[in-house]
Design a protein around this ligand. Structure first.
Ligand SMILES: C[S@@+](CC[C@H](N)C(=O)[O-])C[C@H]1O[C@@H](n2cnc3c(N)ncnc32)[C@H](O)[C@@H]1O
Length: 262
C-alpha cells in the first residue's frame, strides 16, 4: 500500500515541481493524452500538473490518486463541472466500470508501489480498465549507482516563493539504498514563510527503484503486453546515461474462444 502525501507537500507541490520537473515530460504526456482516440485515465493525478492542461485542451480525461490532499488541490484548479472527473482511489486493485483507450501514470507513480504483488495487481487492474488495443504509459527513474551506494547529503533544490513575497525552500536528502528491498529512503524538508514567521514540515518516504529487465519481467507476468521501453521522453534508446524509463504497454485484442473445426 502506498503512503498518502501530507498536506504541506500537496500545498507546495506545484511551485516546486514547476521548477524541478516541468519541461521534462509535459509535451510527451500531453500529446499522448490529447491524441488518444477515447477516454483517458491518469493514475496518480496528483495536483493536476498535467491533468489540468490536458482538460483545458479538450481531452476526455479522468484522474485518480491515493492522496486526499493531492486530489483536493487538483480539484481546486478545475472548473466546477469537471471536479468529479478526479477522485481518491488506490490504483492497486482499481475497480471501475469505465473503459479507457489510454491510461497513464506519469512521474514515478509506480515507485510508490513497493511489492511485486501490488505491482502486478496494479498492472492487471489497468489491463481490466483498458479497451482492447488500449495503451498504458508509465515512467520510472533509472537508479544512479552512486546515489544507491552513497545516498545524497541534504541539498536545497528549490529556493523561491510560494506566494508573492513569501519564501519557500525545499531540502532533500537520501540514505544509501536498501538494496535488499530495492528502496531509496528519501527525506524532504519544506521551510516557508507565513504571517506569523517561518514554518517547517518534514516528510520521509521510501521510493522503490527498478532495473530494466525487472520492468520487462514484471509486465510479462501481468496481463499487459510490453510495446516499447525507452530511455527518455523523445523516443531515445535506453543507454548507460539514461535517467528515465518510459514504458508503453498494450492491452491485446481478446483471444477468440476456440470452437473447433468449422
Ligand atoms: C510524484 S507524484 C506525480 C503526480 C502527477 N502525476 C504529476 O505528474 O505531477 C505521484 C502521485 O502518485 C500518487 N500515488 C502513489 N501511489 C498511488 C496508488 N497506489 N494509487 C494512486 N495514486 C498513487 C501519489 O499520491 C502522488 O500524488
Amino acid at each position: 500500500m502506498s503512503e498518502s502525501y501530507p498536506d504541506f507537500v500537496a500545498r507546495f507541490y506545484d511551485p516546486v515541481y514547476a521548477r524541478v520537473r516541468d519541461g521534462v515530460d509535459n509535451d510527451y504526456y500531453l500529446e499522448a493524452i490529447t491524441s488518444a482516440p477515447g477516454p483517458v485515465l491518469e493514475i496518480g493525478v496528483g495536483t493536476g500538473r498535467l491533468f489540468a492542461e490536458a482538460l483545458r485542451r479538450g481531452a476526455d480525461v479522468h484522474g485518480i490518486d491515493l492522496s486526499p490532499a493531492m486530489v483536493e488541490r487538483c480539484r481546486e484548479k478545475l472548473p466546477a463541472e469537471a471536479r468529479e472527473r478526479v477522485w481518491v482511489e488506490d490504483a492497486v486493485g482499481l475497480r471501475t466500470d469505465r473503459r479507457f483507450s489510454l491510461i497513464v501514470a506519469p512521474f514515478r507513480v509506480l515507485s510508490h508501489v513497493h511489492t511485486p504483488d501490488d505491482q502486478i495487481r496494479l498492472l492487471d487492474a489497468v489491463h481490466g480498465a483498458l479497451l482492447p488495443g488500449g495503451r498504458f504509459i508509465f515512467d520510472l527513474y533509472v537508479p544512479s549507482l552512486k546515489l544507491l551506494l552513497e545516498g545524497m547529503p541534504e541539498t536545497c533544490d528549490f529556493d523561491g516563493e510560494h506566494a508573492p513575497g513569501r519564501r519557500l525552500r525545499r531540502f532533500v536528502s537520501s540514505d544509501p539504498a536498501d538494496l535488499a528491498r530495492q528502496t531509496n529512503h528519501v527525506r524532504m524538508g519544506f521551510v516557508w514563510d507565513e504571517d506569523d514567521g517561518e514554518h517547517r514540515g518534514d516528510w520521509e518516504l521510501d521510493m522503490r527503484f527498478f532495473f530494466r529487465f525487472e520492468i520487462e519481467h514484471l509486465v510479462a507476468r501481468s496481463r499487459l503486453e510490453l510495446a516499447t521501453l525507452h530511455g527518455d521522453f523523445a523516443g531515445g534508446a535506453l543507454t548507460a546515461e539514461s535517467r528515465e524509463y518510459v514504458v508503453v504497454c498494450r492491452r491485446g485484442a481478446p483471444v477468440k474462444p476456440f470452437r473447433g473445426p468449422e
